[in-house]
Design a protein around this ligand. Structure first.
Ligand code: C2E
Ligand code: MG
Ligand code: MG
Length: 753
């Protein structure tokens, strides 16, 4: 996956998770709220129930107190004491045992103080507070006024009740002290809570149940304990409620429920964390499950999306690559180069700058491709592309137009000469041989340069002119570069015109064969004729093959022309034969005909249609083609040989064919190239070469024809070396068929030339 793709997938995943989290929170929040409210309500209800129980207890204690104050005998005695009818000692002696008896009936009651009419203690029994209650309490005490009293030994619950005379005069106060145990018991008795509350409260280990009186003195459920500072402010009275204290979340939750006893309430103090933690705990799993499912969903989505995504991006990438890049070399293609050049032109126009277009064409690439095969040709193009790429600057656009054509756009040119320097660098880069598949391949290049704005203003024009300049360079010599000139443009237009004309030439019967006789050196008897094609244009101009064969090869016309030449030459030879002129005709083959077309079929057809016997046909293949031709080509040569035709190597000596290779070829004849004949006798090198070729042919058992013999001296020299046959202007230049028949027709064959 590429970086951009990874980024998209990450974003998709993040999106899904964030959406999931939002959905999770949006679902969980109301759930949490509902749970929380439910919890608070249950807790409040439970606390109120608890408060009821506590109230129940307090009411019982007040009852006990009332029973004490209403005991008739003791009360009457006190009435008498109030009227000062009885001595205090007598009162105490009378009252104490009776009160002790009564006290024994209530197990929670641990102490008692009976205050007299002035509020002074008269009788004290059991556990009583220190100091003893006095007139203040006596004055305040209404029936059942209840409060907690903190003692050193612990907490006591104080219940005071006024003692009234029969005529409702206040004559004293009973103050009863209960142990807080029973109260603690009630508070601790969680079974009185509803099942839900019990669970909440018991499940909350830090929950504390407190009873609060009007002074904020508090009894813990289990043991007496003062309320921490500040918490006393939670007033005992008021309606039942729940308050959160401290911080955003609240440190503590206070639940308070009022008791009927004035100033009394029940306070439940629970750490918020554990209280609401329950809610979280309940929601944890559902939320975790949601998130897990969400994550799984995200992964599943990503797993489905990412291959899809990479397929799409791959396709897009491939599309843009195929649209803009050459799949073979990876370099920009014609399409991209055109766009790039168009942009570069805009920039140059705006900045009043110059730019150069370099058109590079490999020399002889076709030969290599044809002879070594296309796969190797492709590899060579790749290697060439790499080498060229290393030479150019980053800012320059190098691309392949197709075939063996490369284009370089050089922007921001300082001076035209720079383009020339780069062209030379490109050529130099290709000088070292390429090593491909153990083949050492030498390949050169020709480069044409056009300049903006001098040679053109449009991309099309500049590329075309660079192309023209490249042809100009190629015509000069290989491995060279050339700037475009108007004269080159003219030549190019001619070539174009020629190409168009040549395409029509076949249909219009403008092609004609001339025949050059071939004779034995000894005896000078003519035994054959080489067919050489000519093109007579409608304007009457006769154009030689040197000017149009290469063009025909480039345009693919060579196959049609080649077939025509074969058929025409065979017919002519057959005509001569029928008229008593039995000659062997030699036909030149282009390498392309051998490698690309069905040469064996073509030759067979030509022989068949003309009725010429195969032995009367010789086919010439150039040494240049022979040197590196692929096995497939070799197989076809064998196929031709099997037809019974003869094969000759044309222009022998100009290439570097190895002798062992020559031996494998099914050829019968070597044609010594005319360049070696031109300077003999006289040039020792050429003399040696001619002698060497003759001796090689002799060893290999091959026939030899020397080409381009123009003088008697040359012929004598050849004769002195034992060269068997020759052709050339000395014997006769190429002639039309009629001229040929006129000169050698009838019995002319046996005649000396
Ligand atoms: P080539 O096969 O080596 O043909 C010999 C060339 O040398 C001919 O040129 C011929 O006119 C020329 N010549 C003959 N005698 C002399 C001489 O004494 N002195 C000099 N200086 N030249 C002489 P031409 O006809 O212009 O053909 C040139 C080449 O074109 C041929 O070279 C051959 O390779 C090619 N060619 C000609 N006809 C055909 C054809 O039908 N098919 C193909 N594929 N190639 C052809
Ligand atoms: Mg020839
Ligand atoms: Mg030749």
């Amino acid at each position: 996956m590429k970086r951009s793709q990874r980024r998209i997938v990450m974003l998709a995943m993040l999106g899904i998770l964030v959406t999931g989290a939002l959905v999770g929170v949006a679902t969980a929040w109301p759930l949490y709220q509902a749970h929380r409210q439910g919890l608070e309500t249950i807790t409040l209800v439970s606390a109120s129930a608890q408060a009821d129980s506590l109230e129940h207890l307090l009411a019982r204690y007040r009852d006990v107190a009332r029973q004490f104050t209403s005991r008739t005998q003791i009360r009457l005695y006190l009435e008498r004491y109030a009227r000062q009818a009885v001595e205090r000692d007598a009162l105490v002696a009378f009252t104490t045992p009776r009160l002790v008896d009564a006290m024994l009936q209530s197990s929670d009651l641990v102490g008692l103080v009976r205050l007299g009419p002035g509020g002074h203690p008269l009788v004290t029994i059991g556990r009583t507070p220190e100091p003893l209650p006095g007139p203040t309490l006596a004055a305040a005490a209404s029936t059942g006024s209840t409060q907690l009293v903190q003692q050193e030994e612990g907490m006591l619950l104080e219940v005071a009740a006024p003692i009234l005379s029969r005529d409702s005069q206040r004559i004293g106060t009973d103050v009863l002290y209960f142990s807080p145990q029973a109260m603690a018991g009630v508070l601790a008795d969680a079974s009185r809570f509803g099942e839900g509350a019990r669970q909440w409260l018991l499940g909350t280990p830090d929950a504390t149940l407190l009873a609060v009186d009007s002074q904020g003195v508090v009894t813990l459920a289990e043991a007496g304990e003062r309320l921490a500072a500040g918490q006393g402010e939670v007033q005992a009275g008021g309606p039942a409620g729940l308050t959160r204290e401290g911080g955003w979340w609240g440190d503590t939750v206070m639940v308070h429920a009022p008791l009927a006893t004035p100033g009394w309430g029940l306070l439940v103090k629970i750490p918020a964390r554990s209280f609401y933690g329950m809610v979280f705990h309940e929601l944890l799993w559902p939320v975790v499950m949601v998130l897990v499912l969400m994550t799984l969903g995200a992964f599943a989505t990503v797993r489905t999306i990412s291959p899809l995504l990479s397929r799409i991006t791959d396709q897009a990438g491939r599309l843009s690559r195929s649209v803009n890049f050459d799949p073979l070399t990876g370099l920009p293609n014609r399409n991209y180069l055109n766009q790039r050049l168009a942009v570069a032109l805009e920039v140059a126009e705006e900045a009043d700058g110059e730019l150069a277009v370099l058109f590079l064409d490999l020399d002889h690439f076709k030969d290599i491709n044809d002879s070594l095969g296309h796969p190797l040709g492709d590899r060579l193009l790749q290697a060439v592309g790499q080498r060229l790429f290393r030479v150019v600057r980053d800012m320059d656009a190098l691309g392949r137009l197709g075939g063996d054509e490369f284009l370089l756009v050089m922007e921001h040119l300082h001076e035209p000469a720079d383009a020339g320097r780069v062209a030379q660098k490109l050529i130099d880069a290709l000088l070292q041989p390429f090593d491909i598949d153990q083949h050492e391949i030498f390949i050169g290049a020709s480069i044409g340069i056009s300049l903006y704005p001098r040679d053109g203003r449009s991309a099309e024009e500049l590329i075309q002119h660079a192309d023209t300049a490249m042809y100009g360079a190629k015509a000069l010599k290989r491995n060279t570069w050339k700037f475009f000139t108007p004269e080159l443009g003219e030549a190019s237009r001619e070539r174009f015109a020629m190409d168009t004309g040549l395409r029509r030439a076949l249909d219009r019967n403008e092609l004609v064969l001339h025949y050059q006789p071939q004779a034995r050196v000894e005896g000078n008897s003519v035994f054959g004729a080489e067919a050489l094609v000519r093109w007579t244009t409608p304007e009457g101009e006769v154009i030689g093959p040197g000017r149009f064969i290469a063009l025909a090869e480039e345009g693919g016309l060579i196959h049609a022309i080649g077939r025509w030449v074969l058929s025409e030459a065979c017919h002519q030879a057959r005509q001569w034969e029928l008229r008593g002129l039995p000659l062997r005709v030699s036909v030149n083959l282009s390498g392309l005909q051998v490698v690309q077309g069905d040469i064996v079929g073509d030759v067979r057809a030509a022989l068949h249609q003309s009725g010429l016997s195969p032995a009367r046909l010789e086919l010439e293949i150039t040494e240049g083609f022979v040197i590196g031709h692929a096995d497939e080509g070799l197989e076809r040569l064998h196929g031709l040989r099997r037809l019974g035709v003869e094969l000759a190597v044309d222009d022998f000596g100009t290439g570097y064919s190895s002798l062992s290779y020559l031996k494998r070829l099914p050829v019968q004849c070597l044609k010594i190239d005319q360049s070696f004949i031109a300077d003999v006798p006289g040039d020792p090198d050429d003399e040696t070469i001619v002698a060497a070729i003759l001796s090689i042919a002799d060893r290999l058992g091959l026939d030899v024809i020397a080409e381009g013999v123009e003088s008697a001296g040359q012929l004598d020299f050849l004769r002195s070396l034992g060269c068997p046959a020759y052709q050339g202007d000395y014997l006769s230049p190429p002639l039309t068929a009629e001229q040929f028949a006129l000169r050698w027709g009838g019995g002319g064959l046996a005649r000396e030339a």
